[in-house]
Write a protein that binds this ligand. Structure first.
Ligand code: HEM
Length: 132
């Protein structure tokens, strides 16, 4: 079953750097084009290339691959870095829905996709800084 074990990292199961890069590219392309993600799109900079590089670098380490975010940008301090943006339940859920679509479009196998979404839910809720 395609779920991580101590021997295989989620990063490897996903297909490594190329696959992760493609998924995050798709994530921001969806955010940029789908009306239902307009609300979270507005919070991001006009040019999403840097956002894509940061998220890809962060997820690389978070999934058990090279710790690229730390090397390039320092400690992630995810909660602190999200404080300037109003993130409530609607923003959290839109972000997660956008990620689910990107994983589906990337052909990530359902077991692995569900496992990843479960892990991401905790982090997405942790960066929430509005009660509703
Ligand atoms: C699992 C959940 C999440 C992860 C792993 C994540 C990761 C990141 C990372 C690594 C950055 C770059 C930080 C920096 O270097 O400045 C970032 C920025 C940002 N995130 Fe998140 N994030 C998550 C959830 C969310 C949610 C729920 C929202 C809601 C809209 C959000 C909105 C933003 C915005 C607006 C920025 C600033 C623009 C940018 O640098 O792209 N994030 N996030």
């Amino acid at each position: 079953m395609a779920q991580p074990t101590p021997e295989t990292t989620p990063y490897e199961l996903l297909g490594g750097a190329d696959a992760l890069g493609r998924i995050i590219e798709r994530f921001y392309a969806l955010m940029d084009s789908e009306p239902k993600f307009a609300r979270i799109r507005e919070l991001h900079p006009a040019d999403l290339a840097v956002s894509a590089e940061k998220l890809t670098s962060f997820l690389s380490g978070w999934l058990g691959g090279p710790n690229l975010y730390m090397e390039k940008f320092g400690h992630p301090m995810l909660r602190a870095r999200h404080l300037p943006f109003p993130i409530g339940v609607a923003e959290r859920d839109a972000w997660l829905a956008c990620m689910r679509r990107a994983l589906e479009d990337g052909g990530v196998e359902p077991d692995l996709r569900d496992w990843l979404m479960q892990q991401l839910q905790g982090t997405a809720d942790w960066v929430r800084n509005r009660p509703e």
